[in-house]
Design a protein around this ligand. Structure first.
Ligand code: FMN
Length: 317
């Protein structure tokens, strides 16, 4: 029988349905939304949808599982905000690798301020592309972001050394320009780019990426527009943002799922404080560059995401 989760009368089943719907707002590589979520008797089952994988860019499905991890954290936050204490079972059956996690209800809880703030940020959060009005200059927020990643078993590593940031930008740039010359990759990416006016929920829409020149760009954006749309301008008074790497100690499927949950927890914590994020995963899709990043930037830990965090001119996150 469905239990009442709060005085408002929200039942467990209603909370589960709301959580499954909310997961659709999670970030995913190229907005492929590669998850398969079902609400079954007393549980939410999260699976991966291999049909939505990027075979060329992501042959091991690392980014696919990361995206599913972001959806999983969204489910957990939604349940907490609805007064349901989530119990998580990860990778319940090694014989079913497409089945990633199950969430059941452990009982009721009183939603805390953090859960409410993150829940409110689920639909507001959007990926930022381009420069920022300012870096993350609030030390307490930086600490909260580090804790958000650590609580999910990952590590957020902000880079503060200017030569190191330039070096990382160089790797992003090298990977991006190499990838623009790769026909198979370009064709794969083009399948997920939606033309103006296309209202399909998945895929990257033309309105989502800036139409600017990347002549002086430090961190070129991914070229979703196949040359028609380029990266970002270095504009006087605009900031690159706070550059950070998200890493894990191991590089297993379970670590990728944890990294995805950590990513979304960091993003929602940031968004709740008015801070947005931009992603640059291009070098992580080139195994030699990823290995180089692990060794030279991450003390041997495994880089799962390259991101910039900052406040946008509009204050949107
Ligand atoms: C694993 C992963 C990799 C991503 N890589 C990039 C990237 O390289 N460049 C980029 O602009 N956005 C990247 N994104 C952001 C997605 O494009 C974005 O989440 C998706 O289009 C949905 O848009 P939204 O985040 O605004 O809801 C990535 C997201 C994930 C989860």
């Amino acid at each position: 029988m469905a239990m009442d989760t709060r005085d408002t009368g929200t039942t467990r089943d209603e909370a589960f349905s709301a959580a499954a719907r909310a997961a659709e707002h999670a970030p995913s590589v190229c907005n492929t939304r590669p998850w398969a979520i079902s609400v079954e008797a007393g549980r939410i089952v999260l699976g991966a949808d291999p049909e939505r994988g990027l075979d060329v860019a992501d042959p091991l499905s690392r980014e696919l599982v990361l995206s599913c991890g972001a959806a999983l954290y969204t489910i957990r936050v939604a349940l907490r905000a609805h007064g349901v204490a989530p119990a998580l079972t990860v990778l319940p059956d090694p014989d079913l690798p497409g089945r990633l996690a199950e969430v059941t209800a452990e009982g009721r809880l009183e939603p805390d301020g953090a859960a409410q703030a993150q829940w409110a940020a689920v639909t507001r959060r959007r990926t930022h592309r381009g420069l920022f009005a300012s870096d993350v200059d609030d030390v307490r927020l930086v600490r909260a972001l580090l804790r958000a990643a650590a609580d999910e078993g990952a590590e957020l590593r902000p880079l503060t050394d200017e030569p190191l940031i330039r070096s990382l930008a160089g790797l992003v740039s090298a990977a991006e320009h190499l990838q623009r010359h790769d026909r198979e990759r370009s064709l794969e990416l083009a399948r997920w780019v939606r033309p103006p006016g296309d209202r399909a929920p998945e895929g990257v829409h033309a309105e989502d990426f800036p139409d600017t020149s990347d002549a002086d760009s430090l961190f070129p954006g991914r070229d979703y527009g196949q040359g028609r749309v380029r990266g970002m301008l270095a504009v006087r008074g605009m900031a690159t943002g706070t550059v950070a790497l998200l890493t894990t100690a191991t590089d297993t499927r379970a670590a990728w799922l944890a990294a995805g949950q950590a990513l979304q927890r960091v993003l929602l914590t940031a968004a709740a404080a008015g801070v947005a994020a931009a992603f640059h995963t291009q070098p992580l899709e080139e195994p030699p560059l990823r290995a180089f990043l692990a060794e030279r930037f991450c003390e041997g830990a495994h880089p799962q995401m390259v991101m910039r965090l900052g406040r946008t001119a509009a204050g949107a996150a």
